[in-house]
Write a protein that binds this ligand. Structure first.
Ligand code: SF4
Length: 146
């Protein structure tokens, strides 16, 4: 079993209330069991919701050294941390050791996240959930690597 960003499988859970369907990921269902998760929903955020960006990166958020804020400036750090913890709980329940996550997301991004200025600029870094799962020895790949 592999954990998977729910939006990549066609679930309309992203901040716009839409999906990020990826046909290559969907095709994996022919021979893999993919467990869909949306850390932002698991963290208690509504759908649709305001877009959010990390001021820093996921590891700094987990260590209490950075925040996640919405476009209008609301601090949603606690929702992002809770979503990461609940996603890790699901991974542990099923003994999952790998995940396919949506690139660029402040939760699911793997190696790239937006820079916190809401100017669509990607920088190096991991999302909050990606950071927590990696700290727990779960291997993450993005949909770009599938
Ligand atoms: S938190 Fe992850 S699963 Fe949820 S919409 Fe964003 S990228 Fe997709």
């Amino acid at each position: 079993m592999i954990l998977c960003s729910a939006c990549l499988l066609g679930i309309k859970c992203n901040y716009r209330g839409e999906d990020n369907l990826n046909l290559k990921v969907l095709k994996l269902l022919e021979h893999e069991i993919l467990i869909p998760v949306c850390p932002e929903q698991l963290g208690g955020l509504p759908t649709p919701r305001e877009s959010s960006e990390i001021i820093g990166d996921g590891y700094m958020v987990l260590d209490g050294k950075a925040k996640v804020v919405t476009f209008s400036g609301k601090d949603v750090t606690s929702n992002f941390v809770r979503g990461a913890e609940e996603t890790l709980r699901i991974a542990k329940l099923y003994g999952i050791t790998s995940a396919i996550f949506k690139q660029g997301s402040p939760s699911c991004g793997n190696g790239k996240v937006y820079d916190g200025t809401f100017s669509k600029r990607l920088v190096s870094g991991d999302g909050v959930t990606t950071a927590l799962l990696k700290r727990n020895a779960i291997k993450i790949v993005s949909e770009e690597e599938v």
